[in-house]
Write a protein that binds this ligand. Structure first.
Ligand SMILES: O=C(O)CN(Cc1ccccc1)C(=O)c1nc(-c2ccccc2)[nH]c1C(=O)O
Length: 165
């Protein structure tokens, strides 16, 4: 069954509580959070599945490609010639800037990511098991909501990932 998130009222989304390890509902506009589903949502009637039940998560990422990437080209650079080591240096610099609170992954992804998702601040939307490359999936599903990954290697290049829901 597809997830029924679209049935949630506007600005509401399902998130996973770290402390209680259970889903809660968060309004991205009012910043309100509640354990009970928002009024009028299908989830009130127990219909359909939330993203949590369907095993989907949401994440954003910043991809730095290198000469060994399966496709060493991107919207920002036709021919990517940096080495894997140079790509890792960049990724570690970006990670330091994010953990120091100087910027966010979304902000950096917009200008620095070699993925087409750069246009959406790195947002990949909701995805479930089997949709992403194994190393990317394993890293993403191992994150708590709002957690930033260590450098993650895939055939596409080197990633920083933040789980957003
Ligand atoms: O690996 C390849 O042969 C080419 N790809 C795959 C790809 C290409 C365009 C759009 C999405 C995925 C990429 O290199 C790539 N991988 C990603 C990617 C990898 C992991 C998670 C999300 C995106 N983005 C890109 C991109 O150009 O924009």
């Amino acid at each position: 069954m597809g997830d029924k998130l679209s049935a949630l009222p506007p600005h509401w989304e399902v998130r996973m509580s770290r402390s209680r390890n259970m889903p809660y509902y968060f309004n991205t506009k009012t910043k309100e959070s509640r354990w009970a589903p928002p009024t009028g949502a299908d989830v009130d009637k127990g219909e359909g599945e939330s993203a949590v039940n369907s095993g989907k998560i949401r994440a954003s990422h910043l991809l730095v490609k290198h000469i060994e990437s399966r496709r060493p080209s991107s919207w920002r650079q036709d021919n990517i010639s940096r080495t894997k080591a140079e790509a890792l240096q960049l990724i570690e610099e970006y990670r330091s800037q994010i953990t120091a609170g100087k910027t966010t992954l979304g902000e950096l992804a917009t200008t620095e990511s070699d993925c087409s998702s750069a246009k959406r601040q790195g947002d990949l939307g909701w995805f479930g098991p089997g949709q992403m490359q194994p190393s990317f999936e394993e890293a993403s599903f191992g994150l708590q909501v709002d957690e930033l990954s260590e450098p993650v290697y895939s055939d596409s290049g080197i990633h920083l990932i933040v789980r957003t829901a």
